[in-house]
Write a protein that binds this ligand. Structure first.
Ligand SMILES: Nc1ncnc2c1ncn2[C@@H]1O[C@H](COP(=O)(O)OP(=O)(O)OP(=O)(O)O)[C@@H](O)[C@H]1O
Ligand SMILES: [Mg+2]
Length: 340
């Protein structure tokens, strides 16, 4: 049976394609035609990869083949085809990761935990190191507003996958387009999803996928019943998704997909999409032209969050300082080639 990969791989099309795959009748063989697909953005590649893997695993007795994939050199270079098992192009993580991109990269949660034990540090510290390395590749800098904003946002989304998803691995892919003043970061896991994780906190049990993703974005909302308690800087306090979504919506956009729900948020709009994926996927689109405004906005986001949390039943209202609430951005200019 021939299956056509959609022409547009914008996330809503990929999610709709996932639902079409569910409906396909049983067949001995499925041939996926990549010939119509035009452009493979980083986040869409992660989403499509997770969806194709799920399809293949759910029909493991059927043969899955690809055709017309040879023309997609960007996707092949970034490890897309190998990421779902097709032996074409680079392996995930194999491309050198320069020119302002990070290829599809698999992070094994066990490796992160092992490194924390070996270095005598917390898991949060190891994730922070990785996030800083990734931010350095994307910005070609080791300080400055974009570097700090990306390091913080990437860290918080990776931490979420490591701390809440129960998945063994997570995937990441990113690209910085300096000429478009835009950075896209995609981070995805095929774990238990936001609804189930949030329900560990009885205040947020009984929600459906849509309600759960909306709730998880609220300040002080955490699936960890101990959120906000204790003095550990890496303790959850329910601010990671709240702060990252507000940062991105300052001129860019934020997308959160989990289970049957997905949300696309911009400064002015909130669009509900029909989701269809195992686990959780996040897309950060950052408008680098708006970073100077961020200096004034960050404090405001945080204090508005603290205030809003007072009115949310079950939200953490403690004022303990946790990592997700401490984003300090270095607003000095980024170093140039003349700096030393
Ligand atoms: N990848 C994920 N998989 C499963 N659940 C998730 C994932 N990301 C977020 N969640 C759920 O959404 C909740 C809110 O996430 P958020 O990052 O805002 O707060 P937190 O991680 O609990 O605390 P903090 O970020 O302050 O450490 C999490 O507690 C968790 O229940
Ligand atoms: Mg978090």
């Amino acid at each position: 049976m021939l299956v056509t990969i959609p022409t547009s791989l914008a996330p809503p099309s990929v999610l709709a394609f996932a639902s079409d795959l569910d409906e396909l009748p049983m067949a001995d063989e499925y041939e996926f035609d990549f010939g119509r697909a035009r452009w493979f953005p980083p986040f869409s590649m992660l989403l499509l990869s997770i969806i194709l893997k799920r399809f293949r695993d759910s029909r493991s007795h059927c043969r899955c083949r690809a055709r017309n994939h040879e023309h997609h050199s960007y996707a092949a270079h970034l490890g897309f085809f190998y990421s779902f098992g097709l032996q074409h192009g680079n392996l995930p993580g194999e491309a050198p990761g320069s020119d302002n991109y990070v290829p599809i990269t698999k992070l094994a949660v066990a490796d992160i935990r092992r490194e924390a034990l070996e270095r005598w540090v917390e898991v949060g510290d190891v994730v922070e190191t990785r996030a800083r390395e990734l931010s350095a590749v994307l910005t070609r800098a080791d300080r400055g507003p974009l570097y700090d904003t990306l390091a913080y946002s990437i860290r918080e989304i990776i931490r979420n996958a490591v701390e809440h998803s129960e998945a063994a691995e997570l995937f990441l892919c990113a690209q910085h387009w300096p000429s478009r003043n835009q950075v896209e970061v995609g981070i995805a896991d095929a774990g238990l999803g936001i609804r189930q994780s949030l329900s560990r906190n009885t205040s947020f049990a009984g929600l459906d996928d849509r309600e759960a993703i909306q709730m998880a974005l609220m300040p002080g909302v955490s699936g960890n019943p101990l959120a906000g308690k204790g003095t550990d800087v890496w303790q959850n306090s329910g601010y990671g998704l709240y702060m990252t979504n507000r940062i991105c919506r300052n001129g860019g956009s934020f997308m959160l997909c989990s289970g049957s729900a997905a949300l696309h948020l911009t400064a002015t709009d909130k669009v509900d999409l029909v989701g269809n994926m195992p686990g959780t996927a996040v897309r950060l689109l950052i408008n680098t032209e708006r970073l100077p405004d961020l200096r004034d906005q960050l404090g405001r986001f945080h204090s508005e969050g603290r205030q809003a949390a007072q009115a949310i039943r079950g939200a953490n209202r403690s004022f303990a300082s946790t990592a997700s609430q401490m984003l300090s951005v270095d607003f000095r200019n980024e170093p140039t080639h003349e700096d030393f």
